[in-house]
Design a protein. Structure first.
Length: 275
């Protein structure tokens, strides 16, 4: 069975894209007045409810793109739209979780999850009920009153993901959320994230340095070049919907990993073996 890459401009069905990025470029001015091109004419789209990942070398602009999608960075060329509406800044349609959980050490888990609801002045009674539901969803039922230092690294990341979902965003942006975790915990968190995605139906955009992680979690993977970052490849991942860690040992899984690694290395000319 061969793996066929999809075209970067392929239509993603008849539905209006949840995320649309059209010709986005970003240039910075350094403190020494140098010009740094972070992104170069990025175009991509993500369908509602889709899980996609973005891989690329360090410093290629992946986090810059994610922060643009979150409305945290402006003054760029091109256009970003959420459900066809031009993005002009942070929006409640988007939730974000970064590699550092950034939990406030003096607030218990429940109060950390509720922080966005307080900032957005949401109904706190309803938000408290939702926070408890989310903590159960991410496997932290019973840990509501614990302080961050009483949790493991994986548990803190679960709390961070619950916090990013408290205002019920349509889109979840994840910036290398499990990069600081050990391999076993990271595998378990990938299983958790796959379960959360299946249960919530959110559109998820993941940045990761791990090609196997991208293949395991995603339905499509974008590959970014060195800075200024450009999308140089887009790979559809045709694996079973319900994924277990045993899948990692399957030949077909390895073929996806090899192809994506070839794209990153600039050696994608030869296809992987077929079955």
């Amino acid at each position: 069975m061969s793996i066929e890459p999809v075209e970067a401009t392929a239509a993603q069905g008849a539905l209006r894209p949840m995320i649309s990025v059209a010709g986005v470029s970003k240039t910075y001015r350094t403190v020494t007045a140098e010009t740094v091109s972070a992104l170069g004419h990025i175009s991509l789209s993500v369908a509602p409810g889709e899980f996609v990942s973005l891989v690329g070398p360090s410093g290629c602009g992946k986090t810059t793109l994610l922060r643009i999608l979150a409305g945290l960075i402006g003054q760029y060329e091109g256009e970003v739209s959420i459900r066809g509406v031009k993005l002009k800044g942070p929006t409640r349609s988007v939730g974000v979780a970064f590699q550092d959980p950034n939990l406030l050490p003096w607030r218990n888990v429940l109060d950390n999850v509720l922080l966005p609801a307080q900032v957005l002045k949401l109904d706190m009674g309803a938000s408290r009920r939702r926070a408890k539901e989310l903590l159960a969803l991410v496997g932290l039922d019973g840990f509501e009153m614990k302080l961050p230092h009483e949790l493991s690294g994986g548990m803190r990341q679960r709390a961070s993901i619950a916090r990013s979902l408290i205002h019920d965003p349509e889109i979840l942006l994840l910036d290398e959320p499990f990069g600081a975790l050990d391999a076993i915990t990271r595998d378990n968190m990938n299983l958790e994230l796959a379960r959360i995605w299946a249960a919530s139906g959110k559109t998820i955009f993941l940045i990761t340095h791990s090609i196997p992680e991208a293949v395991f979690l995603s339905r499509r993977v974008f590959v970014m070049s060195n800075r200024p970052g450009r999308i140089v490849a887009e790979q559809k991942v045709d694996l079973p919907e319900r994924r277990t860690l045993d899948l990692i040992a399957e030949p077909h899984f390895g073929e996806y990993v090899v192809r994506l690694r070839h794209h990153l290395d600039g050696t994608a000319a030869s296809p992987p073996p077929t079955h």
